[in-house]
Design a protein around this ligand. Structure first.
Ligand code: ADP
Ligand code: MG
Length: 599
């Protein structure tokens, strides 16, 4: 609640404007009530005994009449005119204050969304292992919307209605404080339920948001994975899961609806009781000649006019309570610090030659299960090193550590002798070209996907990279060549084509360190052979890490690391490893049963 106020204060100018307009709205409400007394006493009750005896009190309208030099006879003529002015004034300022606050809401929400998105982009890889896309999406859309509602309408209602209430209270007390005080004795009857209702609303509102996040997660999973769902004919299963989620979402919302629908009529009923009591006291006060019928009329109108603000306040309170829950969920995202950040005093990594060393590196994704044990190796500039091992052995993990997507639990990784923890993330990653197992392409043109992250790339270089990666021919066959949009996640291309695009992207970046993590696994032998020769040429002047299952592709590596269950069990050249008669030899014999001896 307090934080929401702080949020709105970011847009001081608009808030102040809206605030000023609100004061005018309250002022016009005050005057409106004040007009009631002369309307009743002067226009309808003129000449009646009650009016002749009307007790003298401070009345704002008397000041107005005196200021306008309106004589008692003319009041009848002037009043209708004043009514129009007052209602117009109230309307005008209501419009202005509402518009200004809506502007604030929209601005606050834009900033918040931008902050969130920026924050999420900079989170470390480990963060995305833990969160679900759908939940994050829900927070970015649904929760932010709730906050917008709160800031745009509820916040301004809060301020406006409080002022109006104050104006009306002033009316009541100035007119007859005895009557006003006695009204207040039973007013708590109407206020206490308000508190109880809003507590419930906040609790249920939060539950509803959490459910919504789950629904988004399910949606995201099954829409992106629709092929797998179909292939395994899991539609019924997924549908059931979804129905279960929407059912509990529905139940919570039903409870929410119950509470929020009940709150207004219930409060109104309580208000009615309060009103009946006031009617009783009021008529007594007139009979005792303490107030005129006009005064009581004005008093009653003031009480009636309080209904709307109180109702709106309770509604605004509901919205704000819900938004407070959402704000917490957003804060949760904003407060999670990226685990891997530039250390204070991090400096940009100078252009490297490509000397990479792992010194006793151990690592686990989660404390319970270590993935790498005491891994040490050295790679000289321009060497090609291959990492071989069964799937799940920890090959990709080594690469993840080198790119600093994760940080070793112990040990040290250096590039050109510099500890990668001491340099900025951006400068490290800019010198690493990465082609991963799962190719990430964006819903953009072929050209922009190849030149991703590289501005002002000349057409020739893009085409040259595409040719080297054996992409050019199939790109030219696409409907719009390099301008063809390749669909979400490159869905309009075959997996082999996607891999080749990713290789072209890495080649164009021309980094001193190139990593190919099963980058050619989806290629047919023919394309792979073609790319191999291109790659061999490119690997000459850079350090290259190759992870491949097909041992034929790594035969020429300067060094082969064989990793098993997170431990480097063998290393050396193809020939030495074959002579070793170890794991590598076994893998090799499995793939080339006909070849008995090499060299
Ligand atoms: P591979 O040699 O096939 O590339 P990885 O390095 O990807 O193997 O994985 C090594 C081990 O780490 C596997 O047992 C895998 O289950 C686990 N693992 C990989 N990524 C994560 C992750 N993000 N969170 C937790 N465990 C992971
Ligand atoms: Mg892997």
């Amino acid at each position: 609640m307090f934080q929401l106020f702080k949020l709105t204060l970011r847009e001081k100018k608009w808030v102040v404007l809206s605030f000023l307009c609100t004061i005018f709205v309250a002022f016009f409400s005050y005057v409106f009530v004040d007009m009631i007394q002369p309307i009743i006493d002067e226009m309808w009750g003129l000449g009646s005994p009650a009016v002749q005896a009307a007790p003298a009190k401070f009345r704002f309208m008397d000041v107005v009449f005196r200021f306008l030099h309106v004589s008692k006879q003319d009041i009848r003529l002037v009043l209708p005119f004043i009514v129009v002015v007052v209602i117009f004034g109230k309307g005008l300022f209501t419009f202005l204050s509402s518009f200004f606050m809506k502007a604030v809401g929209n601005k606050v929400v834009k900033t918040m969304r931008d902050d969130l998105y920026g924050h999420i982009l900079y989170q470390s890889t480990g963060y995305f292992d833990k969160v679900t896309t759908g939940d994050l999406m829900a927070r970015l859309t649904n929760d932010v919307d709730k906050i917008q509602q709160a800031v745009s309408s509820a916040m301004s209602d809060m301020i406006e209605e409080v002022f109006i209430l104050l104006a009306l209270l002033a009316q009541m007390f100035l007119r007859d404080w005895t009557l006003a005080l006695s009204s207040f004795v039973i007013a708590p009857l109407a206020v206490i339920p308000l508190v109880a209702f809003s507590k419930q609303l906040k609790k249920k509102g939060l539950q509803s948001q959490v459910k919504m996040g789950q629904i988004y997660s399910l949606l995201h999973e099954t829409i992106t994975g629709n092929r797998i769902v179909k292939a395994f004919t899991m539609e019924q299963f997924e549908l059931k899961k979804f129905l279960k989620s929407t059912w509990s979402f529905y139940k919570i919302n039903l409870k929410l609806a119950w509470i929020s629908s009940l709150s207004s009529p219930f409060m109104e009923f309580m208000g009615g009781i309060v009103g009946a009591f006031i009617l009783y006291i009021g008529t007594k006060r007139i009979a005792d000649n303490q107030i005129s019928p006009g005064d009581f009329g004005a008093f009653a109108i003031a009480i009636f006019m309080m209904f709307t603000p109180i109702k709106r306040l309770s509604r605004a309170n509901n919205v704000i309570q819900q938004a407070a829950g959402c704000y917490g969920r957003i804060q949760e995202v904003l407060e999670s610090q990226p685990q891997i950040q530039d250390i204070p005093g991090a400096y940009p990594l100078p252009s490297v030659k490509g000397y990479v060393s792992f010194e006793n590196v151990s690592f686990s994704y989660n404390e319970s299960r270590p993935v790498l044990f005491d891994v040490s190796f050295e790679v000289l500039p321009n060497e090609m090193v291959a990492i071989v091992g069964l799937s799940g052995a920890g090959k990709t993990t080594i690469i993840n550590l080198l790119s600093r997507f994760y940080e070793p639990t112990s040990g040290k990784i250096t590039v050109d002798g510099i500890d990668i923890r001491d340099v900025t993330l951006a400068s490290l990653r800019s010198q690493i070209g990465l082609v991963t197992q799962d190719i990430i392409l964006f819903n953009d043109s072929v050209r922009n996907n190849i030149a991703y992250g590289l501005e002002d790339m000349s057409e020739e270089r893009i085409v040259a990279a595409a040719k080297a990666a054996e992409c050019h021919n199939f790109i030219m066959e696409l409907p719009e060549g390099y301008e063809t949009s390749i669909g979400e996640r490159g869905g309009l291309l075959s997996s082999g084509q996607r891999q080749r695009l990713a290789i072209a992207r890495a080649l164009l970046k021309d980094p001193p360190i190139l990593i190919l993590d099963e980058a050619t696994s989806a290629l047919d032998s023919e394309s792979e052979r073609l790319i191999q020769s291109a790659l061999a040429y490119i690997m000459k002047d850079r350090t290259t890490f190759v992870i491949a299952h097909r041992l034929s592709t790594i035969r020429n590596a300067d060094k082969i690391l064989v990793i098993d269950k997170g431990i480097i069990v063998e290393s050396g050249s193809h020939e030495t490893l074959l002579k070793n008669e170890g794991i590598y030899r076994k893998l090799h014999d499995l793939q080339f049963p006909e070849v008995e001896e090499i060299g």
